[in-house]
Design a protein around this ligand. Structure first.
Ligand code: G3P
Ligand code: CA
Length: 270
């Protein structure tokens, strides 16, 4: 792979630097920023009282010391939980690193971290994924856009790229985002290639494709097809060196990884 190509690939920290630190915590995102990630990826869900929090699973059981669905808990309930100790030495709570900043992370706090980082000279972007948005009939997107608006991030600046993009496996969710904010970039995530997207076309108005690494490994020519159709290609979740190499050879635009430090080093950027 050429140096120019290596430099162009955006490295996105998936759930933060989630290989090293507990996913979706401030600790994981601070580490990703320190490691030099170009962008941060997060999943968002609505709490019972309407706050957007960064949690991947429907339930909090895997990544905290609590139990229950995010949608059934209020922010105050979630705030009592520890989202970090499950990561201590693979679950043995009295050994391994003692993480700080491991309470539930609101999207608002993550937006503040991005703003703080950028105010101190960095240029960090945020890729926000709406999880199970169909259950909420538009409320996730509505809350998301209100919050982005508050931070002045609901549309790109006139003189540069958007610091924020919205991703989803749901074309409907992206459609809602575009209806409210037509210039905000959207990413259509794909676990497999459905017949209607085989020719490289995406849902109307979507400019960025987000194929899983399995698609890229099994159908590398699909990347070129997407690019010929005029789309950027952001691949997830790319952790192994041979997958990074393949993505770079194929000319993808962004690599979404749990290991931003290693990927940046492999691309010769650290
Ligand atoms: O970046 C897209 C990727 O995060 C989608 O899969 O399950 O990790 O949210 P998941
Ligand atoms: Ca995600």
């Amino acid at each position: 792979m050429t140096l120019a190509r290596q430099q162009q690939i955006q490295v996105v920290a998936h759930r933060g630097a989630s290989d090293d630190a507990p996913e979706h915590t401030l600790a994981a995102y601070k580490k990703a920023v320190e490691d030099g990630a170009d962008a941060l990826e997060c999943d968002v869900r609505l709490t019972a009282d309407g706050h957007l929090v960064c949690v991947h699973d429907r339930r909090v059981n895997r990544t905290s010391n609590g139990r229950g669905a995010v949608s059934a808990l209020e922010l105050a309930d979630l705030a009592t939980l520890d989202f970090g100790s499950w990561k201590n030495n693979h679950g043995e709570a009295d050994e391994g690193p003692d993480w700080e900043d491991t309470s539930v992370l609101t999207l608002e706090r993550l937006l503040e971290l991005v703003a703080e980082s950028n105010a101190s000279g960095r240029n960090v972007q945020l890729a926000i994924e709406t999880k199970h948005p169909t259950r909420w009939a538009g409320q996730v997107e509505e809350r998301l856009l209100l919050l982005l608006k508050r931070f002045g991030l609901d549309s790109p600046p006139s003189d540069g790229p958007s610091p924020v993009r919205v991703m989803s496996f749901s074309a409907r969710s992206l459609q809602r985002v575009r209806a409210a904010s037509p210039t905000l970039p959207t990413v259509y995530l794909m676990q497999f290639v459905s017949p209607r997207h085989r020719d490289g076309r995406l849902p109307e108005g979507v400019r960025i494709a987000g194929p899983g690494m399995r698609i890229v490994r099994n159908h590398p020519a699909y990347v070129a097809k997407l690019k010929r159709a005029g789309h950027q290609v952001h691949v997830w979740t790319v952790n192994e060196p041979e997958d990074v190499e393949l993505c770079a050879e194929l000319g993808v635009d962004a690599i979404i990884t749990n290991r931003p430090k290693q990927v940046l080093s492999q691309l010769g950027r650290r």
